[in-house]
Design a binder for this molecule. Sequence first.
Ligand SMILES: Cc1cc2nc3c(=O)[nH]c(=O)nc-3n(C[C@H](O)[C@H](O)[C@H](O)COP(=O)(O)OP(=O)(O)OC[C@H]3O[C@@H](n4cnc5c(N)ncnc54)[C@H](O)[C@@H]3O)c2cc1C
Length: 388
Amino acid sequence: MDMKTDVIIGASQAGLRCAQLLARAGAEVEVFEHLRGPEEALPRTLIVTPELARFVPLGSDVPVRNTISGFRVRVDGSCSYVPLAQPDFVLERRDLLAWLAGEAERAGAGIHWGVRLLSVGLEDGEFALLFWDRRTGRYIKRMSSVLVAADGAVSTVLRSLECDGRATVPILQARVRRRQGFDPHVVDTWFAPGRTPFFFWQIPDSEETAAVGFVARDPSSGRREFARFLAESGWEVESVEAARVPLYRPFHRPYRRFGKARLYLVGDAAGHVKVTTVGGTVTGLAGAEAAARAILRGTSYSAELSSLRRELNAHYLVRLAMDRFTPGDYRQLLRCLNHRVLALLRDVPRDRFASVFWKTLLAQPALAFLGAKALLRAARDLPRRSSR
Ligand SMILES: Cc1cc2nc3c(=O)[nH]c(=O)nc-3n(C[C@H](O)[C@H](O)[C@H](O)COP(=O)(O)OP(=O)(O)OC[C@H]3O[C@@H](n4cnc5c(N)ncnc54)[C@H](O)[C@@H]3O)c2cc1C
């Protein structure tokens, strides 16, 4: 491999999409992935907005396991229903990975399965990468001047190059069997501020099964809280996945230059996740495309990311406020869902929320008041937190 080969670490959504686009444009590209193939990835139910169709031919090549026609939002004993004009899709992540890997290979990208990156350093202005091949037990060294970090929330690339890591939160998700009141086309969400800073969810992935999950405050209390929630809800649990998801922060830089060497962060490694819902599939693919464009055209990655950043910033602002919501604020939030707000949420997918952010506040000024109150609380807490 010569120095002109672009190296991508991680063959999940973001890395594979970036590899496919680079290879299709004629670039030499090599992907290194710890897993032996997409089939070794843990099964994971993904809910995605119809925006995914911009990147992936859903239905024909990537099977859709289920469709979602609306969300029930619950706070204490109250519930509101948010319908969707265009259904959300429920996929199995392995199906998506298998298709993306096939497309990247067909475009000419080389994928090295079962090869783990151990460390990255700098030698003569280039990246020096040390790998370990799980199949042969051999160490491999490679040099490159373009490196794409697509190695997820806990990135070896970021750690090796001593770049500031992403803030992450633990997430637990279980596969469960249906119970009474189960509607296979409606997602349930429960806001329970004493128990999770986000919400609990239940995403049906077939007529019989669903993914139930939540974002925890910390791993040990998270396990206890999740076990309690599952026991209270009466689901029959088939399997549980624990992982970490990154939190997007507007001030994190997704690009670094070390002499001639250029580093691009994509997907979870870049924190390209909507922090309202921790959905990172569509946003990760959009970021991967922006990185591919910047590499191919020699343009600024930051500029290529501008529309994605606008979207992620809108979700960031909502999260900043919701992190300070009291139980009373959540009840008020539910009361704020008037027919104008519901119409906006119905018609515009979550991955295009920025386009209706201000319209939503105009449709229900009480929402702006609720958000402003919570943001003021956050600002007031800042000096107290920094003096600790
Ligand atoms: C339980 C759970 C449920 C989720 N549900 C949803 C959902 O419903 N909808 C949604 O949109 N998003 C969801 N997400 C988020 C979404 O899955 C992620 O945002 C997305 O997978 C990020 O893709 P990625 O390609 O950036 O990174 P990852 O999927 O994390 O992939 C990173 C890849 O890099 C490889 N790797 C890591 N380190 C190394 C190394 N040192 N050497 C070689 N390879 C390495 C890993 O093996 C992996 O294949 C969920 C996340 C979790 C954890």
